[in-house]
Ligand binder design. Structure first.
Ligand code: ZN
Length: 291
């Protein structure tokens, strides 16, 4: 926690230095925008291929081919989901929430993309619908679908409370990925990564700038929809925090299942437009060291 009483005196020009206007770190006007109009045409009359229920306090994996869509749907009651994404044939290429946050901001909505880590750095998925986009930012500075929080995990839980709790999203994601791949929990743990907090309502306090959560505004029927830019393996955990209105990392919150719906386009709009998965990043990877 930052001290409210600094140890060092402010310099004479402190106010002037603090008054400098911010500059956006990564102006996205240079970023190739997602071809949303094409995706909207492609999803007209798309058909449901499969529907998967993710039980409360558990995670499940799912596969979505490039060019298809999927939705994460709130079914029985307000519930937050922790989403991991990998390129299906190469688990080393996985969602990079930190760079996604640097590019698109703390909370994601329609048109924002979920980027993979280095050296790939390309869109894994693009958000094509968000029934909670009306929420925007509230009076506390909170928004929905954040890429701030990491995922609830048993290590931090132990650090803070000395508990052994096994249904944090981190562990749920490990179990589901181990089951999918046949690898052990030790082999698979490093492949589980920071998440998109689907339906979670979060922000930073105005005074201390601490990360906070509040009860999600999500209701049954709400969904977040994605276009798969590459062949995807996904894992979704129905967080033990439920709507994350009080606490997580325990069995005390009311939790509900979530549903993942996989949709296939029924028209040839993508083919007609010559759509292909994005290429991996073009940096030559020499890092100033020659070949
Ligand atoms: Zn969680």
């Amino acid at each position: 926690m930052k001290s409210r009483t600094p140890d060092f005196p402010a310099p004479l020009d402190a106010e002037k230095r603090k008054a400098i206007r911010p500059v956006i770190c990564y102006p996205v006007d240079q970023l190739k925008v997602a071809p949303l109009e094409l995706y909207f045409r492609a999803r007209k009359n798309f058909e449901l291929v499969e529907s998967l229920e993710v039980p409360a306090r558990e995670a499940r994996t799912f596969e979505i081919p490039a060019g298809h869509f999927f939705r994460i749907v709130c079914v029985d009651g307000p519930q937050v989901g922790d989403l991991n994404l990998w390129q299906a044939e190469n688990l080393q290429e996985r969602f990079y929430s930190g760079k996604t946050r640097a590019l698109h901001g703390t909370h994601l909505s329609t048109g924002d993309r979920l980027w993979s880590g280095f050296p790939y750095l390309r869109p894994l998925a693009t958000i094509t619908a968000n029934t909670l986009d009306w929420y925007g930012f509230d009076e506390f500075g909170a928004g929905v679908h954040d890429v701030i929080g990491t995922r609830c995990d048993p290590y931090t839980s132990f650090l803070l409370n000395q508990t052994q709790y096994h249904h944090c999203c981190h562990s749920n994601l490990i179990r589901s990925l181990a089951q999918k791949t046949g690898l052990s929990k030790a082999e698979i743990e490093a492949d589980v990564h920071d998440v998109l907090n689907v339906f979670m309502c979060t922000g930073f306090l105005q005074d201390t700038h601490q990360y906070f959560m509040k009860a999600s505004p999500v209701r049954p029927g709400d969904y977040l929809e994605f276009f798969a830019e590459v062949n995807l393996l996904g894992a979704l955990s129905a967080c033990p925090g439920g709507d994350c209105g009080s606490e997580h990392s325990s069995d005390s919150s009311t939790c509900y299942p979530l549903r993942v719906e996989h949709y296939r386009p029924t028209n040839d709009e993508l083919t007609k437009a010559g759509w292909r998965s994005p290429s991996i990043n073009g940096y030559d990877r020499t890092h100033g060291m020659g070949d």
